[in-house]
Design a protein around this ligand. Structure first.
Ligand code: ZN
Length: 550
C-alpha cells in the first residue's frame, strides 16, 4: 500500500493567523518541502491575491523541482459564465504548472445559499470546469469542499458531486473535512462508502478544529484514501490543518506505509524547524515527534529505565525523525539524571562517586532557591565545574552600581538615562568604567563588555538572543524572588543561562556572567591570571620581576 503526500503549507497554511511568507520565503519553503520527499506542493491560489500570482511567476524562473510537482489551486468556474471566459480558470492555466487542484461544492446548502444556484447547476459547474482544465493540464485534482458535512446532510447529493468530477475526467478526488469537527469513526465510514462508489483514487484533507485532524487523516487512509493533504507543523486557518509532521511518521513507522525514505524521514525535524524559522514562529516545544520536549525525560525512575532500554518510555527512536533524547535535571533528579545530563554536556561523572553526590546536593539547594536547569544547560555545566573545583574565574567583580532616571514623559524615555559603574579585576589589574544603556541590564552588559572584551576578544561575537523574567514566590509582590533566563549566541551555537535573586538586576547579572564565562570555558580559553601562573611555573627559578608581565 502506498500513500502519496500533498502539501498545502503555501496555500492553506498561509491562511493561519500569524503565518506570513513572502514570495522569496515561499520559494525556499517549496525546496524544503521537496527535500522531505513530498510529491505535490500546492503553491497558492493565483486568482485570490497578487502575491500568489507573483509566486507562480517567480517559480517559473527560479524554482526547479526535481521530484515534486508544483500545483496551483482555484475554484470551479462562476455560474452563468463559460469556462473559456472565466478569469479564475484562465489564471490557473497561466500559472503553467503540471497539476491543477480545483474545489467545488458538495453540500447542497452551499450551492443553494452561498452560490445561490440550483443544485443541478452546481453539478454542471463541477463537471464543466474539470473537463475544461483536464484537457489543458497533465493532472487535475478535484477538492470536494465540505464533503463530510454535505454527506451527513444528503449523501446522495454529495456523491453526485464527486461523480460529476469523475465524469469530467478528474485524476483524483480529495474529500475535504473543511470545518474540522468530524470524529474519526464517522469520517472513516464515509470514506469507505465513497471508495466503493467512485473509480478514481481518493484523497483526504482535514482541519484540526476538534484536534483530530491527524486521527481523521489516518482513519481515512485505513478506509482507502491514497493521497494525504496537510501542512508542515499544521499551519492553517483557525486551529490549523492536518499536520504532516505528525502524519508522516505515523504512516511510515506505525502503519508501515512507505511514503518516503528513511533518510527523508530523518530530515523531518530539520524541515519542521526551518519552516518555523521562515514563518517567524517560535517552535512548539511539545510538538509530537519533532519538539524539543518530545523525547525529554525528567522523572528519576523514567530516566533510569530509558538508560537501560529506551523503549520503556519512548514510542519511537528519536533519531528516526531527526530528534534526540534529552535528560532534564530537576528536583525529581536522581544520580542517573545528573550523570546523563553531564554526559550530554560532554562531562563524565561516576554515579557512585562522592563528587556526584555533592553535585546532586548542590542542585537541590539551588533548585530550592528557584534555579531551574532544564533549559539552562550552560549554567548547569558551570555549576558542575564549580562543584568539582574546576570552574575558572575570568575576572573578579569589585564593585558595581546602577542608577536610573524615570521620566513621566515617554518621549524622554528614549534618552539613555541609566548609568552603570563597574570595577573589576582581571589579570591582576583593576579596571573601571561607566556605561550608559537603555536600562540597567543593558548598561551593565555594555560596561562589563567594554572592560573584558579586550582581555578575551572571542567574547565580541557573543550576543544576547532572548531574555525572560519570571516571578517565583507568590504573595511578596514586587519583593518576590525572580528568575532570569538568558539565551546567548556567538553565531554558531546557542546556550542558556539562569540567575535567581529577589533583585532583578542581580539575577540578570548572574545569568549574564554565566553566559560570557560559558563561552570562554567552551572555547577552552585560559583565564588571564592563570596564564600568568603557568608562564611563571614554566620558567621556575627565573621568575620575572613584578609588573613586567602586565
Ligand atoms: Zn482547507
Amino acid at each position: 500500500m502506498t500513500v502519496i503526500l500533498y502539501d498545502t503549507t503555501l496555500r492553506d497554511g498561509t491562511q493561519g493567523e500569524g503565518v506570513q511568507l513572502s514570495v522569496a520565503d515561499k520559494i525556499k519553503a517549496a525546496r524544503l518541502i521537496e527535500e522531505l520527499g513530498i510529491r505535490y506542493i500546492e503553491g497558492g491560489w493565483p486568482g485570490s491575491n497578487p502575491r500568489d500570482e507573483q509566486f507562480f511567476a517567480a517559480a517559473k524562473v527560479s524554482l526547479k523541482l526535481a521530484s515534486a510537482k508544483l500545483c496551483a489551486f482555484g475554484a470551479t468556474r462562476r455560474a452563468g459564465v463559460r469556462c473559456e471566459q472565466d478569469k479564475n480558470l484562465a489564471m490557473l492555466l497561466a500559472a503553467e504548472v503540471p497539476v491543477l487542484t480545483i474545489f467545488g461544492k458538495c453540500w447542497k446548502l452551499h450551492a443553494l445559499e452561498a452560490l445561490c444556484i440550483s443544485s443541478e447547476e452546481n453539478l454542471e459547474l463541477i463537471e464543466d470546469s474539470v473537463r475544461y482544465l483536464k484537457a489543458r493540464v497533465d493532472e487535475l485534482i478535484f477538492d470536494a469542499e465540505h464533503f463530510f458535512d454535505g454527506y451527513a446532510d444528503d449523501p446522495a447529493y454529495a456523491l453526485a458531486a464527486l461523480q460529476a468530477a469523475e465524469r469530467g475526467g478528474a485524476d483524483l478526488i480529495t474529500l475535504c473535512e473543511t470545518n474540522g469537527g468530524a470524529l474519526p469513526h464517522v469520517l472513516e465510514a464515509a470514506v469507505r462508502h465513497v471508495a466503493g462508489a467512485v473509480r478514481v483514487p481518493i484523497g483526504i484533507h482535514t482541519h484540526n478544529d476538534g484536534e483530530l485532524a491527524v486521527a481523521n487523516t489516518l482513519a481515512a487512509v485505513r478506509a482507502g484514501a491514497t493521497l494525504v493533504q496537510g501542512t508542515i507543523n499544521g499551519y492553517g486557518e483557525r486551529c490549523g490543518n492536518a499536520n504532516l509532521v505528525s502524519i508522516i511518521p505515523a504512516l511510515k513507522l506505525k502503519l508501515g506505509i512507505d511514503c518516503l525514505s528513511d533518510a527523508q524521514l530523518a530530515r523531518l525535524r530539520h524541515v519542521s524547524r526551518s519552516m518555523d524559522e521562515l514563518a517567524n514562529r517560535t517552535p512548539w516545544s511539545q510538538q509530537p515527534y519533532v519538539g524539543q520536549s518530545a523525547f525529554a525525560h525528567k522523572g528519576g525512575v523514567h530516566v533510569d529505565a530509558v538508560k537501560k532500554n529506551s523503549r520503556t518510555y519512548e514510542h519511537i527512536e528519536p533519531e528516526a525523525v531527526g530528534n534526540e533524547r534529552r535528560i532534564l535535571v530537576s528536583d525529581l533528579s536522581g544520580r542517573t539524571n545528573v550523570e546523563l545530563k553531564a554526559r550530554e554536556l560532554g562531562l563524565t561523572l561516576d554515579p557512585k562517586a562522592p563528587e556526584t553526590r555533592a553535585i546532586l546536593a548542590r542542585i537541590k539547594e539551588l533548585e530550592n532557591r528557584g534555579y531551574q536547569f532544564e533549559t539552562a544547560g550552560a549554567t548547569f555545566k558551570l555549576m558542575i565545574d564549580e562543584a568539582l573545583g574546576q570552574r575558572p574565574r575570568y575576572f573578579k567583580l569589585r564593585e558595581a552600581s546602577v542608577s536610573a532616571c524615570i521620566h513621566e514623559d515617554h518621549a524622554e524615555q528614549e534618552r539613555f538615562d541609566t548609568t552603570a559603574t563597574l570595577e573589576i579585576e582581571v589579570d591582576g589589574q583593576v579596571a573601571r568604567t561607566r556605561a550608559e544603556g537603555n536600562g540597567p541590564v543593558h548598561a551593565l552588559d555594555k560596561g562589563l563588555r567594554a572592560l573584558i572584551d579586550k582581555f578575551y576578544p572571542s567574547l565580541k561575537s557573543v550576543r544576547l538572543v532572548d531574555y525572560k523574567v519570571r516571578v517565583l514566590s507568590d504573595g511578596a509582590g514586587t519583593g518576590s524572588v525572580v528568575r532570569v533566563l538568558i539565551q546567548s549566541s556567538d553565531g554558531d551555537e546557542v546556550w542558556d543561562t539562569v540567575g535567581v535573586s529577589p533583585n532583578i538586576i542581580h539575577a540578570s547579572w548572574d545569568a549574564m556572567v554565566d553566559a560570557l564565562e560559558y563561552k570562554l570555558v567552551r572555547d577552552k580559553v585560559a583565564p588571564r591570571g592563570a596564564e600568568v601562573e603557568q608562564r611563571r611555573s614554566r620558567i621556575s627559578g627565573l621568575a620575572p620581576r613584578e609588573g613586567s608581565l602586565s
